[in-house]
Design a protein around this ligand. Sequence first.
Ligand code: DGT
Ligand code: CA
Ligand code: CA
Ligand code: ZN
Length: 580
Amino acid sequence: MAGPNADVARAFRELALLTQLAEGSPQAFRVRAYENAAHAVEELATDVSDLTEAELVAMKGIGRSSARKIREFLETGTLARLEKLRADFPPAFVELTRIPGVGPKTAILLRDRLGVENVDDLRRAIDAQALRDLPGLGAKSEEKLRAAIERLGLHGKERRTPIADALPLAEEIVAVLEALGEVQAIKCCGSLRRFNETIGDIDVLAASRHPVPVMEAFVGMRLVERVLGRGDTKSSVVTREGLQIDLRVVEPHSFGAAVLYFTGSKAHNIALRQVALERGWTLNEYALSDAESEEVVASRTEKAIYRALGLQFIPPPMREDAGEIEAAAAGKLPRVVDHEDLRGDTHVHTSLSGDGRASLEKMVAAAAERGLDYVAITDHGENLAINGVSRDKMLRQRRRIAGLREEYPDMALLHGCELNIGADGGLDYDDDFLMGFDWCVASVHSHFDLEEARQTKRILAAMEHPAVNAIGHLTGRMIGRRPGIDLNVEAVLEAAAGTGTALEINGALDRLDAPATVIRRGAELGVRFLIATDSHHPSEFRRARWGVLYAQRGWLERKHVANTWPKARFLRWVASRRKD
Ligand code: DGT
Ligand code: CA
Ligand code: CA
Ligand code: ZN
């Protein structure tokens, strides 16, 4: 998505975020209204600027006030309301709300009572033991917040942006520059291409013979707050949130060498250069060339350069100098799982869960459109606050699914549930009811602060339950916002292998959970994995691609991933669990 639709959606997302602060609550009516409008514009297949106010109101998710604001934005380039909120809540203040334990209400309280305007102020207030005198806070919250700030590395130059915030921006930039018709190739490189959880800065690389108009379009984009530097081959800009974006334009003939160089990692590059050196070659961002004659050996594509170096092609997420170069030299690089390998999805919500945003029928239709051979509908178990589903409603959903099976004879539809793992490993409903589901994924949605031994125990208890097929988003982390629970990873992986319970790789960009280190170790131990989307809307099925890229960081092969299996084998595996 690019152009006006992306600009409008971004403005409404920001409006929703800042309105949370203004109203002191993420659940406020207006917050939801702005979020719905952002969604609606994102889903729109046509240009939003072609729509009148009346046409906008007619759209689902857009109310009268949002419609008026959309037209205001399209006509004036901004929103009066947004400008006012931006003045009240600058980015450094908004950043406070990324700290676990600091909601909108607390942030406002800290500002009103202690003059806290940013994370550094908060650290000073904690050092001065000033929080313990505030209502609802205490000496314990000071310690918790201090630890949370440390863990998140929110302060200073080390500040990193969660991939969930960086990736949409990068996609938008690529789309805008591609549409110019002046670039022959364009790619987002750096840590984003390697699919790191957090991003220092975004590195975009384009191949073009006419760099000037490309640079012009780049620095002129609405998301640019400030231009740090501008030249014919390189420009740097920064967004309002402080995220830096570098664009480099290179000659098409050295695009491969440049992509390789700027994808990194730095450690991978250094090791690659060593391989080149051993052959009497040099490798830089322009080419792989002979050290003496300077004749180019390869430069146009990454593949050609790896081939010339005697290496198998190394997928970007594996480029961390973690053994991949040695493996590729020996011809023993694992053939990691690919997007085309996925045949089903095992974690999908509908509007029956309070947080789902589309009906069962719409979600199933979207799964069929994706060509999935099997899909498990997994709305939340009853123990989840607000969004949990009662037994009656679950049984009614089961009947609707039975009806849908006739409409989609080629796709296996499993009636499942996302269970909540209680503090001591207990689950929702009762055993009989649980065994009535075709498929259960069990996840941690509460009690994130227990100590390691207890966390490990509750996961192990869930794994041993015969109705539980898989553990969802293992650590419960929200990247850049909430750390994962403390776990004895080795014990969890051994139990997963021993019980045959699969571990999910959740493709939501703010989760990417289980973490890559856990995945890589799990694969060694013979743990079974699933790459699932946790979709709450048809558009979220595209998370499968992200789950795959993240799984590649964990060196996961197709054989490790149960939802790459053909339907018959997958269904046999699901059923065998319930027979024990
Ligand atoms: P980030 O931005 O901190 O999340 O991580 P990267 O990997 O995107 O790092 P960045 O933006 O500093 O540089 C992009 C790529 O450029 C990096 O992955 C490898 C390459 N690169 C940068 N500096 C050097 C260097 O000094 N030597 C080598 N060999 N490569 C470098
Ligand atoms: Ca970077
Ligand atoms: Ca950079
Ligand atoms: Zn879920």
